[in-house]
Design a protein around this ligand. Structure first.
Ligand SMILES: [Zn+2]
Length: 444
């Protein structure tokens, strides 16, 4: 890896902290402007308008590369889901004594074994008699290198150069957002990221129509010149029957990052729009013909079709009041939230770790897995929202937004917004933008 920048032996873990602190202290005053400048420069210089141009497919994982000239060919292996370091090293043919040295050296240098991910990879280089070097490729950017050819193992870290190239993706919808973006060669992950941004404004499963249009500016990530995947969406727009929505990603000088509309109001709300990432609504709230009872009845929630075992996320912070069997609901989790709101998740196959009555849960935590327990004809999630015990429509109820951009950071936000709009006409509003929020106006 000639481009790699080897940093030499790592200091012990505690030694890293002061330098990080110094950096954040130093940049507190200057980084917002510097970042803004960088963003604008990158956009103006590097923005390539691509709606239809095919892009090279992202590679599946870091390509293990030999890093030392040793006689036997280096052995490489890729972490499997759920695999822990000792099992992984054994599978990579590392002798037990060497594996112990490697694990000890990594842990002494602050390697976080819980951050091993499927797709991370290992390269083991040998000389004719013994293992001389072990490279652990953690994500694309980082390689942990352990040398075993001295009296003691030596750990260093190699950083591979990655860069973000912002790119504009625009298109129209003929059937669904998913198909429109996937037809352009985009990944389902990007569809999900985009749908997440406008999740509370637009229900992409039922409200999108032909002739709706979308635009997004996404960071394409490159490592050593190869496309390795998408980074964040910096800005986005959706125009359709549901309305005209714009989003700008902004990190304030205190480090809070979120997506805001043109007025600096947060696009997220205090509840997730849906407890499932990818799903299809199969039964809406309200009157319907019950498939098992064969009568018309009020449906107190929303049903989402999803494969059995799909993780179910808790939509907001709260406390579990029920986690157990509840007749027609099958396995049910009920969570109580602030403001008299509660949510129910029915027909679960099983429960998330630590989910029992009384447990505190946070937004996004897995509370269970989709199943078909109770009165159910197939794997789906029955999701209910209640306000003071009365069911409300989970797709329509009034949820408070997350806090807007702070007044003192509005000028910075507006500068970012205006520079993005100037660089990307697809983000410009057709009617003049609504007046900016005045600083002393009450928060929504
Ligand atoms: Zn239901």
């Amino acid at each position: 890896m000639p481009e790699s920048n080897e940093r030499g032996p790592l200091p012990p873990y505690d030694g890293w902290r002061p330098s990080l602190k110094v950096r954040s202290h130093y940049v507190r005053r200057f980084w917002p402007l510097a970042l803004l400048g960088l963003v604008v420069a990158a956009l103006l210089v590097g923005l390539v308008v691509i709606a239809t141009r095919p892009r090279p497919a992202p590679v599946a994982g870091p390509e293990p590369q030999p890093v030392a000239d040793s006689t036997p060919a280096p052995v490489s292996a890729i972490v499997r889901p759920g695999e822990v370091m000792p099992a992984f090293l054994a599978r990579a043919d590392l002798p037990a004594a060497d594996a112990e040295l490697v694990i000890g050296a990594l842990s002494e240098n602050g390697f976080n074994f819980r951050r091993m991910r499927p797709g991370d990879s290992l390269v083991v280089a040998r000389d004719p008699t013994s293992v001389v070097l072990v490279d652990y490729h953690q994500s694309f950017e980082r390689v942990w290198r352990v040398r075993l050819d001295g009296p003691k193992p030596r750990v260093s870290m190699v950083f591979r150069r990655t860069e973000n190239r912002p790119e504009l993706v625009v298109g129209g919808i003929s059937s669904s957002l998913y198909e429109a973006l996937v037809d352009l060669g985009e990944s389902p992950g990007l569809v999900a990221a985009y749908a997440d941004i406008f999740g509370w404004e637009v229900d992409f499963f039922c409200e999108t129509q032909a002739h709706d249009s979308f635009a997004l500016v996404v960071d394409r990530r490159y490592c050593d010149g190869r496309f390795i995947g998408n980074g964040s969406i910096r800005a986005a727009r959706y125009r359709g029957a549901a309305g005209d929505f714009r989003a700008f990603r902004f990190t304030d000088p205190e480090g809070r990052e979120d997506c805001y509309n043109e007025r600096g109001e947060c696009l997220r709300k205090t509840f997730l729009k849906s407890p499932l990432n990818f799903s299809r609504v199969t039964s809406f709230f309200g009157s319907r013909y019950h498939p098992i009872r064969r009568v018309r009845a009020e449906h107190a929630g929303v049903d989402y079709a999803a494969p059995s075992g799909t993780p179910v996320s808790c939509v907001a912070d709260g406390r579990v009041v029920t986690a157990g069997w509840a007749g027609g609901y099958g396995n049910l989790v009920e969570v109580r939230h602030a403001a008299g709101l509660s949510t129910r998740y029915g027909h679960l196959r099983g429960y998330g770790r630590g989910i029992r009555a009384g447990a505190e849960v946070v937004q996004g935590q897995v509370i269970g897995y989709v199943g078909t327990t109770g009165l159910s004809t197939g794997p789906h999630l029955h999701y209910e929202v209640r306000r003071n015990g009365t069911p409300v429509n989970p797709l329509r109820f009034d949820v408070p937004r997350v806090a807007p951009v702070k007044d003192e950071h509005l000028p910075l936000f507006e500068a970012l917004r205006d520079s993005l709009v100037a660089a990307v006409p697809a983000l410009a509003s057709t009617p003049p933008p609504p007046p900016a929020r005045t600083p002393n106006q009450p928060r929504p």
